[in-house]
Structures are given as structure tokens and as C-alpha cells.
Design a protein around this ligand. Structure first.
Ligand SMILES: [Zn+2]
Length: 253
């Protein structure tokens, strides 16, 4: 993307209709199926699927927290940029799981619920609808894009599963754009050069994030990447893109 159009995109990072418009154009161009699977707080919520039956199976999601605009911007920008390479993948993409939040620059949904702590519940319609889509599906990797206001650099949650682990590779790629989180403890967990890889079980946290739902039902590689919200949006978007590039490289190895 040229510099000017990139900054123009950033000015509209909380414009959900515009995000949807760009996804619709990309899906059409790629022959991907883009369908509304839920209505949440007055907004349509979409899933995008490629029709392919072979190749690496990749799950991508962004915008479950509405105040994390680098996640949604990076996902559309990266998928557009890597369109050709993505033709060989089986994709399931959730471009923005919390449209009301994105539009209002709010972490939670209109009822004040943190959707990323709601995957153990049965009373959040958008999550129920998403779980229905996921039923019986398995992915070679699931990547969830996030941001953190308290972060001092990029960091990554990698729930241990398949070896060799990817965390070090992904952080090295991201660190070319935004420095690594320097703190040794993040959200109460040990963080080593940006990597949080603690052995957990579904019982570890009573309130399940999306990453748990994926790891304990649909993939052995559950990767949650976080950029620091106070850094430049351009750098944050690039860091997310670098992580996704590295995921793609490792998937095709
Ligand atoms: Zn988040």
C-alpha cells in the first residue's frame, strides 16, 4: 500500500462499514465465500471461507476487542497483499468479531461483555454462532490478532501443542517493526522476550478466551499476537503482517 492510502486507511480504522466493503471486494476477487453468520448489537458479523479442499488450514481472526484497530486493519491489509499465496490455503477468517466495539472504540460489546472471556458460555449469540461454524473443523494453525494498552512491546501467547514451537520465529519477525515486550511478567504470566508459553488446561482460566476454544477443540497451534496500542498504528499493522507472513512461511514448509 502506498504511504498516503495507508494513512487514509488508518484514519478510518474504526469505520466498520468501510472494513466490510474492503473484505467484500477482496472475497469477490478471490472467489471466497463471505457470509453474515450473526447480528450483534445491530451490526452484521461475517465469516469468510475459501472453497479449497487442500492445502494448509488456517484460521484467522481479529477485532474481538473493538479498541484494537491494528488487528482488523492488519488482517485486511495482509490478506490483500498476500492474496496470491493464500490461494493455496484453506481459510476461515473472522475479520471483526465485535463490530459495535470497533465502531465505538470499545473493548467490550454494547452490553459491556468481554467477548474474549465468553467462550465457555452459551448465552452470547455471536459466539454461539461462531462455535457452530467451527464444529468439526480442524486447523493447522489459528492466529488471533490483538492489542494491549499496557504493553511496552509486542508479545505472543503460544499455547503449547505441536512441536517445534513457532513462537520464537513469529516474535523475531514482529520485532523487525516493533520492539519486544521487555517486561518479565505480563497479565500475571511469565514473559520471555515477548513469548508467553505456559502449559494450560481448559480449567486454568474459568472464563475462556477464543484461543482456548481453538486450542482445545480445533488446532494444536493457537497463537495470540499482541501489539502495544500506544505505538504507531503503521508499525503495529506491519508487526501483525510480519507475524502472519511467518505463519504462512512455516505452514508451507
Ligand atoms: Zn484484545
Amino acid at each position: 500500500m502506498a504511504r498516503q492510502s495507508e494513512s487514509a486507511a488508518h484514519l478510518r480504522a474504526h469505520d466498520y462499514a468501510w472494513l466490510v466493503k474492503r473484505w467484500r471486494a477482496l472475497a469477490q476477487r478471490m472467489g471466497w465465500q463471505m457470509g453474515k453468520f450473526a447480528e450483534a448489537d445491530g451490526f452484521p458479523v461475517y465469516a469468510i471461507r475459501s472453497a479449497r479442499q487442500a492445502g494448509p488450514r488456517l484460521y484467522l481472526s481479529a477485532g474481538i476487542h473493538g479498541d484494537e484497530p491494528a488487528s482488523t486493519e492488519a488482517l485486511i491489509a495482509w490478506c490483500t497483499r498476500r492474496a496470491r499465496a493464500l490461494k493455496s490455503c484453506q481459510l476461515l477468517i473472522f475479520p471483526c468479531l465485535n463490530p459495535w466495539g470497533l465502531q465505538h472504540n470499545n473493548r467490550n460489546d454494547a452490553r459491556g461483555r468481554d467477548l474474549n472471556r465468553g467462550y465457555h458460555r452459551q448465552d452470547v449469540p455471536v459466539i454461539e454462532a461462531q462455535k457452530k461454524i467451527l464444529r468439526g473443523r480442524f486447523f493447522d494453525a489459528a492466529v488471533m490478532l490483538h492489542e494491549d494498552y499496557d504493553a511496552h512491546g509486542v508479545y505472543l501467547y503460544e499455547i503449547p501443542g505441536e512441536r517445534p514451537f513457532w513462537g520464537e520465529h513469529l516474535l523475531a519477525a514482529a520485532a523487525r517493526h516493533v520492539r519486544r515486550e521487555p517486561r518479565a511478567t505480563v497479565e500475571g504470566r511469565r514473559c520471555r522476550r515477548g513469548l508467553i508459553r505456559t502449559r494450560i488446561t481448559p480449567e486454568t482460566l474459568p472464563e475462556h478466551p477464543e484461543a482456548f476454544c481453538l486450542r482445545f477443540g480445533h488446532t494444536k497451534r493457537s497463537l495470540t499476537f499482541e501489539t502495544p496500542s500506544e505505538f504507531s498504528l503503521t508499525a503495529r499493522v506491519r508487526a501483525h503482517g510480519a507475524v502472519l507472513d511467518e505463519v504462512l512461511r512455516l505452514l508451507r514448509k
